[in-house]
Write a protein that binds this ligand. Sequence first.
Ligand SMILES: C[S@@+](CC[C@H](N)C(=O)[O-])C[C@H]1O[C@@H](n2cnc3c(N)ncnc32)[C@H](O)[C@@H]1O
Length: 235
Amino acid sequence: MDIFNRAREKEISYHETLYKEAVLFQPGSWLAKPVQAVLDHLEILPFREMRVLDLGCGVGRNSIPVAQRIQAVNGKVICVDLLPSAVDKLRQYAALHGVSSNLEALVADVEHYEITENTYHYVIACSCLEHMSSEEAFVSKIKQMQAGTVEQGVHCILMSTEVKEIDQETGLEEGGLIELNLSADKAFSILDELYSEWEILTSRQVQQDIQEVKDGRDVLFRSQWITFTARKGGC
Ligand SMILES: C[S@@+](CC[C@H](N)C(=O)[O-])C[C@H]1O[C@@H](n2cnc3c(N)ncnc32)[C@H](O)[C@@H]1O
């Protein structure tokens, strides 16, 4: 099996297990709370009837708090995820948290999902774009996100880059298993170019280390987590 298919299989199996075992907004996993940067950017969006697109939405860690915050302005979040099980759970959680009428969830591979032009005020892609099949697909998806965004609309992109596994005993490093493993520099250089006519609001990276045991060995999973946000037509 090639790297893409192995990475996709691992991605699906990891998330299906997590979404079955962990409960949204309860401590014990990364589903415990939304990503602060996603919520912070809502504050600078002054639109009524706000339209939000959440790509790779999972079970609603970000979409549900966003939907709650835009309920008062008759807003709606369109949520897209590859996994039918994630979308089912998201619908259940949306009902539980009182936002069913402010949220629409659908199953699709983001890479092939057609984004309606000139529609969205806010596009969120949190841990999604690193699952595109190639650099070309990544660039093309961002161009579609841009075309789908209204003037003064905002993008919030968070993604893992430079994913690697380091054997703690030998110090040997190998590339991590992920569909698109860009270096942080490469990701930023693509983003800077694509967003050259937008106002860049945030551009930062932090190293993330997760210690795990794999095949009986202590392994460090290391990645550079990037946060990139920008406003259309802002400069
Ligand atoms: C780490 S989770 C993040 C979920 C959510 N964005 C959050 O921050 O809670 C990544 C999600 O992306 C979804 N995903 C991965 N590849 C995808 C693709 N090609 N199209 C749509 N969703 C995808 C996975 O099923 C998973 O739910």
